[in-house]
Design a protein around this ligand. Structure first.
Ligand code: BTN
Length: 248
């Protein structure tokens, strides 16, 4: 991962750029990475916009071809990628680093990064997976309306080389991707759970316009969040549940 690297000054979104490359006839090798200094239409999950100060943060997309897993197993790919990012940042950030379900990267209660995974499914197989990753590295302030994200610079009080963090992330993603390929699913699922933000802690949630306290007890094989509330475990898909805290 990352051997074939395309560095762009400016692009709408590296995910879009990579998807355009795929729809042109020339084959794109697995592991290709597109990185951009500036995205003028960076995309987040659930149709959100992804903002980053030009040149300060990591914004890139990488191409994988996980045809060995079925579309029903997509969440194991999400887990593997999240763990790759987590392991790459762990030496810098240690135990306050967490994966917030489904695939946000958190430091304490603040968002440090996120990913947008777009899988192209054809003939019952994942033909290609465009994995867009944004990590706040050197940004020194964030617009008020963006919630309360955080950057590595704000945490550690120094700038970091984007290339260096990129190459760490690529090599750890590769490691977890190979575990996925080898079918080490139990290991991947256990490790994902061990890194999960607010696992087994009381937290305020909202679902269906109802606010309730509950405790995350796990995630199902296909990636639904399992929340225990009032002695009952319930499953939630993305969009069905919201974490309520001031930093959402
Ligand atoms: C999220 O947390 O909502 C996901 C953010 C994903 C942002 C990255 S930046 C590189 C890639 N290109 C995009 O347009 N989005 C992803």
């Amino acid at each position: 991962v990352g051997q074939n690297l395309v560095s762009l000054k400016e692009v709408d979104s590296t995910n879009n750029y990579l998807k355009d490359m795929l729809s042109n006839s020339k084959p794109v090798p697995e592991g290709t990475v597109i990185m951009a200094e500036t995205q003028f239409a960076g995309r987040g999950q659930q149709n959100n916009v992804w903002h980053a100060q030009p040149g300060k943060n990591l914004t890139f997309s990488l191409l994988l071809k996980p045809s060995f897993i079925s579309p029903q197993q997509q969440f194991d790919l999400t887990r593997a990628i999240s763990l790759g990012v987590y392991d790459a940042l762990y030496p810098l950030l240690r135990d306050r680093l967490k994966i917030k379900w489904p695939n946000d990267i958190y430091f304490g209660d603040r968002k440090l990064g996120g990913m947008l995974i777009e899988n192209m499914i054809q003939g019952g197989q994942i033909k290609s997976s465009v994995i867009g990753i944004g990590i706040n590295v050197n940004q020194d302030n964030f617009p008020v309306e963006s919630g309360a994200p955080v950057s590595i610079r704000q945490i550690l009080q120094r700038d970091y080389e984007l290339q260096q963090i990129l190459s760490q992330i690529c090599s750890h993603i590769e490691g977890w991707y190979l575990k996925l390929k080898a079918g080490n699913l139990t290991f991947i699922r256990e490790k994902y759970l061990a890194c999960l933000y607010r696992l087994n802690e009381e937290h305020l949630f909202r679902s269906n316009n109802q606010v309730f306290t509950g405790e995350i007890t796990g995630a199902t094989v296909i990636g639904q969040l399992v929340v225990l509330s009032n002695g009952e475990e319930k499953l939630y898909n993305l969009k069905e549940i919201e974490f309520l805290n001031k930093d959402k």
